[in-house]
Ligand binder design. Structure first.
Ligand SMILES: NC(=O)c1ccc[n+]([C@@H]2O[C@H](COP(=O)([O-])OP(=O)(O)OC[C@H]3O[C@@H](n4cnc5c(N)ncnc54)[C@H](OP(=O)(O)O)[C@@H]3O)[C@@H](O)[C@H]2O)c1
Length: 274
Protein backbone atom coordinates (compact mmCIF):
# COMPACT_ATOMS: atom_id res chain seq x y z
CA UNK A 1 0.00 0.00 0.00
CA UNK A 2 1.27 3.51 -0.86
CA UNK A 3 2.26 5.86 1.95
CA UNK A 4 0.01 8.90 2.24
CA UNK A 5 3.05 11.16 2.49
CA UNK A 6 5.49 9.59 0.05
CA UNK A 7 9.18 10.38 0.19
CA UNK A 8 10.11 12.88 -2.53
CA UNK A 9 12.97 12.69 -5.02
CA UNK A 10 14.28 15.06 -7.69
CA UNK A 11 16.27 13.74 -10.65
CA UNK A 12 17.90 16.13 -13.12
CA UNK A 13 17.92 14.98 -16.73
CA UNK A 14 15.07 12.63 -15.89
CA UNK A 15 13.63 12.27 -19.40
CA UNK A 16 16.25 10.01 -20.95
CA UNK A 17 19.22 7.70 -20.51
CA UNK A 18 20.32 6.83 -16.98
CA UNK A 19 18.13 9.60 -15.52
CA UNK A 20 14.89 8.11 -16.87
CA UNK A 21 15.77 4.72 -15.39
CA UNK A 22 16.61 6.43 -12.10
CA UNK A 23 13.19 8.12 -12.09
CA UNK A 24 11.56 4.75 -12.78
CA UNK A 25 13.55 3.01 -10.03
CA UNK A 26 12.76 5.64 -7.40
CA UNK A 27 9.07 5.55 -8.38
CA UNK A 28 9.10 1.75 -8.08
CA UNK A 29 10.49 2.25 -4.56
CA UNK A 30 7.30 4.23 -3.78
CA UNK A 31 8.69 7.75 -4.03
CA UNK A 32 7.06 10.79 -5.60
CA UNK A 33 9.62 11.65 -8.27
CA UNK A 34 10.12 15.01 -10.00
CA UNK A 35 12.02 14.69 -13.27
CA UNK A 36 13.82 17.93 -14.14
CA UNK A 37 13.82 18.12 -17.96
CA UNK A 38 14.68 20.60 -20.68
CA UNK A 39 11.71 19.36 -22.68
CA UNK A 40 8.87 18.10 -20.47
CA UNK A 41 7.15 16.58 -23.50
CA UNK A 42 9.96 14.00 -23.69
CA UNK A 43 9.37 12.75 -20.14
CA UNK A 44 7.69 9.35 -19.78
CA UNK A 45 7.99 8.78 -16.02
CA UNK A 46 7.63 10.82 -12.86
CA UNK A 47 6.33 14.40 -12.73
CA UNK A 48 8.06 16.34 -15.49
CA UNK A 49 9.07 19.87 -14.52
CA UNK A 50 10.95 22.34 -16.71
CA UNK A 51 14.64 22.60 -15.87
CA UNK A 52 17.27 23.91 -18.26
CA UNK A 53 20.63 23.65 -16.53
CA UNK A 54 22.22 25.80 -19.24
CA UNK A 55 20.21 28.76 -17.88
CA UNK A 56 20.60 29.63 -14.20
CA UNK A 57 17.31 31.55 -14.21
CA UNK A 58 15.63 28.22 -15.05
CA UNK A 59 17.44 26.53 -12.13
CA UNK A 60 16.06 29.28 -9.88
CA UNK A 61 12.53 28.88 -11.22
CA UNK A 62 12.73 25.12 -10.73
CA UNK A 63 14.01 25.55 -7.16
CA UNK A 64 11.28 28.10 -6.41
CA UNK A 65 8.64 25.66 -7.61
CA UNK A 66 10.21 22.83 -5.58
CA UNK A 67 10.20 24.92 -2.40
CA UNK A 68 6.59 25.96 -3.07
CA UNK A 69 5.22 22.52 -3.96
CA UNK A 70 7.39 19.93 -2.23
CA UNK A 71 6.93 19.89 1.53
CA UNK A 72 9.93 17.55 1.80
CA UNK A 73 12.89 16.60 -0.37
CA UNK A 74 14.43 13.27 0.55
CA UNK A 75 16.66 12.65 -2.46
CA UNK A 76 18.28 14.83 -5.12
CA UNK A 77 20.05 13.01 -7.95
CA UNK A 78 22.31 15.38 -9.89
CA UNK A 79 22.34 13.27 -13.02
CA UNK A 80 22.06 15.50 -16.11
CA UNK A 81 25.20 16.21 -18.12
CA UNK A 82 26.50 17.16 -21.52
CA UNK A 83 29.62 16.07 -23.35
CA UNK A 84 30.25 19.02 -25.67
CA UNK A 85 31.63 18.93 -29.17
CA UNK A 86 32.89 22.40 -30.13
CA UNK A 87 33.08 25.04 -27.40
CA UNK A 88 29.65 26.37 -26.49
CA UNK A 89 28.41 28.65 -23.74
CA UNK A 90 25.44 28.55 -21.40
CA UNK A 91 22.95 31.42 -21.36
CA UNK A 92 25.00 32.90 -18.49
CA UNK A 93 28.22 32.76 -20.53
CA UNK A 94 29.85 29.74 -18.85
CA UNK A 95 31.59 26.97 -20.80
CA UNK A 96 28.80 24.43 -21.40
CA UNK A 97 30.12 21.38 -19.49
CA UNK A 98 31.31 23.38 -16.47
CA UNK A 99 28.06 25.37 -16.49
CA UNK A 100 25.58 22.50 -16.92
CA UNK A 101 27.33 19.58 -15.24
CA UNK A 102 28.77 21.47 -12.27
CA UNK A 103 27.63 25.08 -11.68
CA UNK A 104 23.91 24.53 -12.27
CA UNK A 105 23.88 21.57 -9.86
CA UNK A 106 25.89 23.58 -7.33
CA UNK A 107 23.25 26.34 -7.47
CA UNK A 108 20.32 23.90 -7.40
CA UNK A 109 21.54 22.17 -4.24
CA UNK A 110 22.37 25.48 -2.53
CA UNK A 111 18.82 26.69 -3.23
CA UNK A 112 17.30 23.42 -1.93
CA UNK A 113 19.69 22.98 0.96
CA UNK A 114 17.49 24.26 3.77
CA UNK A 115 14.60 22.05 2.66
CA UNK A 116 16.92 19.03 2.50
CA UNK A 117 18.22 19.75 5.99
CA UNK A 118 14.65 20.22 7.26
CA UNK A 119 13.69 16.86 5.70
CA UNK A 120 16.77 14.95 6.89
CA UNK A 121 17.52 12.14 6.68
CA UNK A 122 18.07 13.12 3.04
CA UNK A 123 20.54 12.11 0.34
CA UNK A 124 22.30 13.96 -2.47
CA UNK A 125 23.62 11.72 -5.24
CA UNK A 126 26.00 13.20 -7.81
CA UNK A 127 26.51 11.23 -11.01
CA UNK A 128 30.12 11.81 -11.98
CA UNK A 129 32.30 9.54 -14.12
CA UNK A 130 35.45 7.47 -13.96
CA UNK A 131 36.75 10.05 -16.44
CA UNK A 132 37.04 12.51 -13.53
CA UNK A 133 40.46 10.91 -13.07
CA UNK A 134 41.53 12.30 -16.46
CA UNK A 135 40.34 15.76 -15.56
CA UNK A 136 42.09 18.81 -14.20
CA UNK A 137 40.61 22.08 -13.01
CA UNK A 138 42.24 24.72 -15.19
CA UNK A 139 42.34 27.37 -12.52
CA UNK A 140 43.85 29.96 -14.83
CA UNK A 141 41.23 29.31 -17.55
CA UNK A 142 38.32 27.45 -16.00
CA UNK A 143 35.99 28.47 -18.86
CA UNK A 144 38.52 26.89 -21.28
CA UNK A 145 38.73 29.92 -23.55
CA UNK A 146 42.36 29.45 -24.60
CA UNK A 147 42.39 25.79 -25.71
CA UNK A 148 39.29 23.67 -26.14
CA UNK A 149 38.64 19.97 -26.32
CA UNK A 150 35.19 18.55 -25.50
CA UNK A 151 36.61 15.49 -23.69
CA UNK A 152 38.82 17.72 -21.51
CA UNK A 153 35.86 19.97 -20.75
CA UNK A 154 33.76 16.95 -19.79
CA UNK A 155 36.54 15.50 -17.61
CA UNK A 156 37.06 18.86 -15.86
CA UNK A 157 33.34 19.03 -15.07
CA UNK A 158 33.25 15.43 -13.79
CA UNK A 159 36.25 16.10 -11.54
CA UNK A 160 34.40 19.19 -10.30
CA UNK A 161 31.41 16.92 -9.55
CA UNK A 162 33.51 14.73 -7.22
CA UNK A 163 35.35 17.64 -5.58
CA UNK A 164 32.05 19.45 -4.96
CA UNK A 165 30.44 16.29 -3.51
CA UNK A 166 33.26 15.87 -1.00
CA UNK A 167 33.19 19.56 -0.05
CA UNK A 168 29.40 19.43 0.27
CA UNK A 169 29.55 16.37 2.54
CA UNK A 170 31.93 18.24 4.86
CA UNK A 171 29.62 21.26 4.96
CA UNK A 172 26.58 19.05 5.64
CA UNK A 173 28.25 17.00 8.39
CA UNK A 174 25.90 16.56 11.33
CA UNK A 175 22.76 17.64 9.42
CA UNK A 176 21.58 14.16 8.43
CA UNK A 177 21.96 15.03 4.74
CA UNK A 178 24.49 12.86 2.92
CA UNK A 179 26.33 13.55 -0.34
CA UNK A 180 27.99 10.85 -2.41
CA UNK A 181 29.22 10.59 -6.01
CA UNK A 182 29.31 7.67 -8.42
CA UNK A 183 30.50 6.39 -11.76
CA UNK A 184 27.58 4.57 -13.42
CA UNK A 185 29.70 2.40 -15.74
CA UNK A 186 30.00 2.82 -19.49
CA UNK A 187 26.39 2.95 -20.58
CA UNK A 188 24.72 2.96 -24.01
CA UNK A 189 23.06 6.39 -23.92
CA UNK A 190 22.96 9.53 -26.03
CA UNK A 191 25.93 10.92 -24.09
CA UNK A 192 28.35 8.64 -25.94
CA UNK A 193 26.73 8.90 -29.35
CA UNK A 194 29.76 10.67 -30.82
CA UNK A 195 32.28 8.39 -29.10
CA UNK A 196 33.44 5.46 -31.24
CA UNK A 197 32.68 2.04 -29.70
CA UNK A 198 35.70 0.73 -27.82
CA UNK A 199 37.20 4.13 -27.01
CA UNK A 200 36.24 3.96 -23.35
CA UNK A 201 34.68 0.56 -22.97
CA UNK A 202 36.33 -2.32 -24.82
CA UNK A 203 33.16 -2.34 -26.92
CA UNK A 204 30.81 -3.22 -24.04
CA UNK A 205 28.18 -0.79 -22.89
CA UNK A 206 25.65 -1.34 -20.12
CA UNK A 207 21.94 -0.75 -20.57
CA UNK A 208 20.56 2.50 -19.09
CA UNK A 209 18.68 0.42 -16.49
CA UNK A 210 21.96 -1.14 -15.38
CA UNK A 211 23.58 2.30 -15.50
CA UNK A 212 20.97 3.58 -13.03
CA UNK A 213 21.80 0.95 -10.41
CA UNK A 214 24.60 2.99 -8.73
CA UNK A 215 22.36 6.09 -8.39
CA UNK A 216 19.53 3.96 -7.02
CA UNK A 217 21.90 2.20 -4.63
CA UNK A 218 23.19 5.53 -3.27
CA UNK A 219 19.66 6.94 -3.04
CA UNK A 220 17.96 3.95 -1.44
CA UNK A 221 20.26 1.37 0.18
CA UNK A 222 19.55 1.23 3.93
CA UNK A 223 23.22 0.36 4.52
CA UNK A 224 24.23 3.75 3.08
CA UNK A 225 21.85 5.85 5.20
CA UNK A 226 24.67 7.64 7.01
CA UNK A 227 27.50 7.08 4.53
CA UNK A 228 28.66 10.44 3.15
CA UNK A 229 31.54 12.04 1.28
CA UNK A 230 32.33 8.87 -0.68
CA UNK A 231 32.83 7.93 -4.31
CA UNK A 232 31.43 4.73 -5.79
CA UNK A 233 32.54 2.98 -8.96
CA UNK A 234 29.30 1.23 -9.84
CA UNK A 235 28.24 -0.32 -6.50
CA UNK A 236 31.71 -0.45 -4.92
CA UNK A 237 33.19 2.32 -2.85
CA UNK A 238 36.51 3.44 -4.35
CA UNK A 239 39.04 6.13 -3.65
CA UNK A 240 38.54 8.93 -6.17
CA UNK A 241 41.47 10.38 -8.10
CA UNK A 242 44.01 12.24 -5.92
CA UNK A 243 43.04 15.58 -7.49
CA UNK A 244 39.51 15.14 -6.12
CA UNK A 245 40.79 14.54 -2.58
CA UNK A 246 42.71 17.81 -2.28
CA UNK A 247 40.71 19.74 0.35
CA UNK A 248 42.26 23.09 -0.44
CA UNK A 249 41.31 22.62 -4.10
CA UNK A 250 37.77 21.52 -3.10
CA UNK A 251 37.39 24.71 -1.07
CA UNK A 252 38.83 26.80 -3.89
CA UNK A 253 36.28 25.29 -6.28
CA UNK A 254 33.53 25.97 -3.75
CA UNK A 255 34.49 29.66 -3.47
CA UNK A 256 34.78 29.98 -7.25
CA UNK A 257 31.38 28.33 -7.80
CA UNK A 258 29.78 30.51 -5.14
CA UNK A 259 31.21 33.61 -6.79
CA UNK A 260 30.07 32.59 -10.29
CA UNK A 261 26.47 31.87 -9.26
CA UNK A 262 26.35 34.65 -6.64
CA UNK A 263 23.74 36.85 -8.35
CA UNK A 264 21.36 33.87 -8.40
CA UNK A 265 22.03 32.98 -4.76
CA UNK A 266 21.51 36.43 -3.34
CA UNK A 267 18.48 37.68 -5.30
CA UNK A 268 15.12 36.35 -4.07
CA UNK A 269 13.55 33.32 -5.76
CA UNK A 270 11.03 34.40 -8.38
CA UNK A 271 7.80 32.89 -9.58
CA UNK A 272 8.09 29.45 -11.17
CA UNK A 273 8.01 28.98 -14.96
CA UNK A 274 4.55 28.14 -16.18
N1 LIG B 1 26.72 6.99 -20.48
C1 LIG B 1 27.87 6.73 -19.89
O1 LIG B 1 28.63 5.84 -20.30
C2 LIG B 1 28.30 7.51 -18.68
C3 LIG B 1 29.55 7.21 -18.12
C4 LIG B 1 29.97 7.92 -16.99
C5 LIG B 1 29.14 8.89 -16.46
N2 LIG B 1 27.93 9.15 -17.04
C6 LIG B 1 27.10 10.19 -16.42
O2 LIG B 1 25.77 9.71 -16.30
C7 LIG B 1 24.87 10.82 -16.26
C8 LIG B 1 23.71 10.57 -17.17
O3 LIG B 1 24.17 10.54 -18.51
P1 LIG B 1 23.54 9.59 -19.62
O4 LIG B 1 24.60 8.61 -19.97
O5 LIG B 1 22.22 9.10 -19.21
O6 LIG B 1 23.47 10.62 -20.84
P2 LIG B 1 22.22 11.15 -21.69
O7 LIG B 1 21.38 10.02 -22.16
O8 LIG B 1 22.82 12.07 -22.70
O9 LIG B 1 21.41 11.95 -20.62
C9 LIG B 1 21.83 13.19 -20.16
C10 LIG B 1 20.64 13.88 -19.58
O10 LIG B 1 21.02 15.22 -19.24
C11 LIG B 1 20.05 16.08 -19.76
N3 LIG B 1 20.56 17.41 -20.05
C12 LIG B 1 21.54 17.77 -20.90
N4 LIG B 1 21.65 19.12 -20.93
C13 LIG B 1 20.71 19.59 -20.10
C14 LIG B 1 20.31 20.89 -19.72
N5 LIG B 1 20.88 21.98 -20.23
N6 LIG B 1 19.30 21.02 -18.83
C15 LIG B 1 18.69 19.94 -18.32
N7 LIG B 1 19.02 18.68 -18.65
C16 LIG B 1 20.01 18.51 -19.53
C17 LIG B 1 19.57 15.42 -21.04
O11 LIG B 1 18.34 15.99 -21.42
P3 LIG B 1 17.81 15.89 -22.95
O12 LIG B 1 17.08 14.58 -22.97
O13 LIG B 1 16.94 17.08 -23.07
O14 LIG B 1 19.00 15.93 -23.83
C18 LIG B 1 19.47 13.98 -20.58
O15 LIG B 1 18.27 13.74 -19.90
C19 LIG B 1 25.71 12.04 -16.63
O16 LIG B 1 26.05 12.76 -15.46
C20 LIG B 1 26.96 11.45 -17.23
O17 LIG B 1 28.09 12.31 -17.08
C21 LIG B 1 27.48 8.48 -18.13
Amino acid sequence: MKRLDPLVAIVTGGAGGIGLETVRGLARAGMRVVAGCRDVKKATAGEAWTLDLARLSSVKSFAARALAELPRIDVVVCNAAVWPGPRRKTADGFELAFGVNHLAHFLLVELLRERLVATAAARIVVVSSGLHARGAIRWDDVQLERRYDGADAYAQSKLANVMWTLALARRLAGTGVTANACHPGVVATGLLRHQPPGRWDQGQRLTPADGARPSLHLALAPALATVTGRYFHRLDERKPAPAALDRAAQDRLWSLSQRLVAPHLTQPLHAPDS
